[in-house]
Design a protein around this ligand. Structure first.
Ligand code: SF4
Ligand code: SF4
Length: 271
């Protein structure tokens, strides 16, 4: 299967494996698909469904099987699937539209009514989409579930989304991406957009100034992930050019090392 070589399953493979609901069933209303093809010991989907519509059975490495006649398309199993492998599709809306519900573990979550980019199994943007529902079952510490309304011809392919970044103009008239305050910028040091903005308000005028105040860029990736976002926020807040904002300076050690290794008395096994 293309999962091992490409990182995703194709629609043809799912249909061939008999895991895909019939067109007739999808035209009647929402129904779950478990795109789960690895025989791992796992069955939260089975216990999550109060209608008994998903069976794993014994042994526990059996692949899940959805009974399309029993499934109501409620989507509870999506939030409980540890493999993020369950989706609910619906081709019954009419007017050439359908919906896809999928697990979404990024923050910030989209909001109902927002326009986003619908993304295929392959990870490619395929069309614009309207967010019609966001389930965030915080009380159960489960995965949020997003439902998109899309043209029905994309229902078989769309399995995720990208937020369409909003833009704002700098004082110099440059369009830059607008980030929400609670968005993580530096994942290594867990620094948010709000903390970067506060550092700028406190006097940071370049990437190094932000780094000294927040530690953004001091983590394992040495700024490879966050530098561009820090630069964009600086440009938005200050209207500076990229040259004035500067770059991150990577400094060794770029990987965690023990004090013993630094003292030269002990190998950490990576030399
Ligand atoms: S969508 Fe609802 S009814 Fe269908 S299998 Fe999942 S939990 Fe069961
Ligand atoms: S919970 Fe998800 S990963 Fe686990 S068996 Fe069910 S569908 Fe597969």
């Amino acid at each position: 299967m293309s999962l091992a070589s490409e990182g995703y399953l194709t629609l043809a493979e799912l249909k061939e494996a008999g895991m895909y609901p019939s067109e007739e069933r999808m035209a009647k209303g929402p129904v779950a698909i478990a795109e789960c093809v690895q025989q791992i010991p796992c069955n939260p989907c089975e216990t999550a469904c109060r209608f008994g519509a998903i069976k794993v059975g014994e042994p526990i490495i059996n692949l899940p099987c959805v009974d399309e006649g029993t499934c109501t398309g409620c989507g509870v199993c999506i939030a409980q699937c540890s493999g993020l492998a369950i989706f609910v599709v619906d081709k019954s809306l009419g007017d050439g539209m359908g919906t896809v519900s999928f697990p979404y573990e990024y923050v910030p979550l989209p909001e109902k009514g927002q326009t986003v980019k619908a993304v295929s199994r392959k990870g490619e943007v395929v069309c614009d989409a309207e967010v019609v529902k966001v389930m965030n079952p915080k009380s159960f510490d489960r995965t949020p579930v997003v439902t998109l309304k899309i043209p029905v011809e994309y229902v078989d392919e769309v399995r995720s989304m990208q937020r369409r970044p909003e833009t704002e103009l700098t004082a110099g008239g440059e369009a830059v991406q607008r980030f929400d305050d609670d968005m993580l910028v530096c994942r290594c040091e867990e620094v948010t957009v709000a903390e970067i903005r506060q550092a700028i308000a406190d006097g940071a005028r370049d990437v190094t100034g932000v780094k000294r105040r927040t530690r953004a860029g001091m983590g394992l990736c040495q700024g490879r992930t966050c530098e561009k976002m820090v630069q964009a926020i600086l440009r938005a807040e200050l209207g500076e050019t990229p040259q004035e904002i500067g770059h991150n300076t990577a400094r060794p050690p770029v990987r965690p090392v023990t004090f013993g290794s630094l003292a030269g008395g002990e190998s950490n096994g990576n030399e």
